[in-house]
Design a protein around this ligand. Structure first.
Ligand code: ATP
Length: 538
């Protein structure tokens, strides 16, 4: 109606002002829809509108907003009719894109032309008489076209073209803001999804770890040697002190690291592990401290390092003795400063990480050889825990054997009721250079190979044919008691079991026989260890 149309410049100016204010506050398509529908259409005198945007391919366009559809999705970045793609060169749209001035079409004559787009026929059939197209730009670049439809002719008069153009300019700014906002919301939505996914993965992993621990992570054994270790674990766990776990391969260093973490106030977070020997030196820095995108060839994405991942938790640095010298310096700095820097990063990141390190190397010897920094050693060796080799806790062998039999019988669906005393004795007298891991693998193999419910045979490596390890066998660290025990046994066997007398073992060892006998008792050497029954060659 004429009385609702803008009649004078002042009204147009006021409309523009209101429009521009509303547009500046619009964040979503639905806001824009509301503004155009409720503030603009009536003032212009149009009944409907469609705002079409040019796609990235620059050859097609589709509706971004249109008057009939309010259910505009705000976050998906997709118009409900996005699938309706039209060519830019459809004989109508391109005419508006090519000129700054609005283009007005009278529909009755337009539809008489050939190859007219289907949407023109649709509007003609809906009773539209006149259609005006105004180019919408972002700066100077054409982004799309605003279609305005009137149910009578003469609404879009030339005299109001500059007003229509100003409206389209405002709309262009509004659309750019909304598209940018939608992009940010999309990214935020993605981050939210990742966050939920990560939280779910995290709790899943924690559950799995709990299950796994229930099955495998139990520290078996009650010998005096291992009890000393449990005692140290319980003393240090509640503090934030750095722990250095030392011991031969397979003695359970990782298991003990988990026990320290699980008994600490940080137990609700996952303990993060880095195996310093398993990662190439060139990748270790990024593994520990992370990197920014593009900081080196191949750094395609930003990566969070294990130090950051272990924030408020525990970082277990396994095989610390293998850490290359330049990384030793960087690790020392991180431990001293309690902050790290990602490769290519511009700022330092504060971290609160409890360190547990482990090694089977003699770090003091490594320092003397110039391969390990003494200052790092002293930083790490705040609270050392030395794990005994299995041969020094033989009392635990029966319990460990039962534990592994049960574990591997269950996982392979076998029924194993026990182990014959003779086979167990054989295990108790072996030197176990690979410690508990070697015992575990042997039991796993035996459970699979045995055809009865009771294990009667265990197949130890060739060197086990002798009681304990042969001199020179590869046992990296051996206690004096162990060497003594082995030598006494050798001499007693050589003396055919005789202890005293000129051909007895005591004479060979240049000891009084009473001293030898008490030593043998102390070392747990019994008759069956050196008397060959003829049934079994140990
Ligand atoms: N006290 C124990 N009770 C039951 N299983 C144990 C015990 N100690 C170690 N194990 C098992 O022995 C295997 C080796 O242990 P772990 O990996 O902790 O040894 P490690 O000293 O860290 O070895 P490496 O120096 O080679 O890394 C694991 O399967 C572990 O579960």
């Amino acid at each position: 109606m004429m009385n609702t149309q803008i009649s004078g410049k002042n009204d147009e100016f006021e409309t523009l002002l209101c429009f521009s204010k509303a547009i500046a506050a619009a964040r979503h398509r639905a806001d824009l829809w509301e503004i155009v529908n409720e503030q603009l259409l009536e003032n212009i005198g149009a009944s409907y509108y469609t705002l079409c945007l040019i796609h990235e391919d620059t050859r097609t366009h589709s509706p971004f907003l249109y008057s009939q559809e309010k259910k505009i999705k705000t976050v998906t970045g997709e118009s409900p009719v996005i699938h309706l793609q039209h060519p830019v060169d459809d004989g109508v749209f391109n005419k508006a894109v090519e000129t700054e001035e609005p283009v007005v079409f009278e529909l009755r004559s337009l539809i008489r032309q050939r190859n007219i787009p289907a949407y023109v026929i649709h509007w003609y059939n809906s009773g539209v008489k006149e259609m005006m197209l105004v180019r919408v730009c972002n700066g100077k670049e054409p982004k799309g076209v605003l279609y305005l439809y009137a149910m009578k002719q003469g609404v879009f008069s030339k005299r109001r073209f500059s007003f229509f153009k100003s409206i389209a300019d405002q709309l262009g700014t509004g659309v750019s803001n909304i598209l940018a906002n939608e992009k940010i919301e999309l990214q935020l939505e993605e981050i939210r999804k990742y966050k939920i996914q990560l939280e779910q993965e995290n709790s899943y992993l924690k559950e799995e770890r709990k299950k796994e621990k229930h099955l495998t992570g139990k520290a078996v054994g009650d010998s005096p040697a291992i009890r000393k270790v449990y005692d140290l674990v319980s003393k240090v766990a509640s503090s934030d002190a750095t722990v250095l776990i030392l011991g031969e391969t397979g003695t359970g260093k990782e298991l003990i690291a988990h026990q320290v973490h699980d008994a600490s106030p940080r137990r609700d977070k996952l303990m993060i592990k880095v195996n310093c020997a398993a990662i190439p030196a060139s990748l270790l820095e990024s593994e520990l401290f992370g990197h920014e995108k593009g900081s080196f060839t191949g750094a395609l994405e930003r990566r969070i390092g294990k130090f950051e991942l272990a924030d408020n938790s525990t970082l277990f640095l396994d095989e610390i003795g293998e850490l290359p010298p330049e990384m030793q310096a960087k690790l020392l700095r991180a431990l001293q400063e309690k902050e790290i820097e990602r490769i290519g990063g511009k700022s330092v990141i504060k971290v609160n990480v409890r360190i547990i390190a482990a090694t089977n190397k003699n770090l003091e010897a490594e320092i003397i050889a110039g391969r390990f920094r003494s200052d790092l050693y002293y930083r790490l060796c705040v609270f050392p825990i030395m794990l005994p080799p299995l041969r020094e806790r033989r009392e635990d062998i029966p319990e460990l054997v039962s534990f592994f039999m049960e574990k591997y019988a269950a996982s392979s669906g076998r029924k194993i009721d026990g182990i014959a005393p003779k086979a167990l004795e054989k295990l108790k007298t072996y030197a176990w250079p690979g410690n508990i891991r070697e015992l575990e693998h042997l039991i796993e193999r035996t459970v699979l190979l045995t055809s009865t419910n009771v294990i009667t045979e265990v197949s130890l490596p060739a060197r086990s044919k002798m009681l304990f390890a042969q001199p020179g066998a590869e046992t990296p660290v051996r206690s004096l008691a162990d060497v003594e025990r082995e030598h006494i046994l050798k001499m007693v066997k050589l003396s055919k079991g005789r202890i005293s007398g000129p051909h007895g073992a005591a004479a060979k060892l240049q000891l009084p026989s009473t001293t030898l006998i008490s030593k043998m008792q102390k070392l747990g050497i019994r008759k069956e260890h050196f008397i060959d029954t003829g049934k079994e060659s140990d």
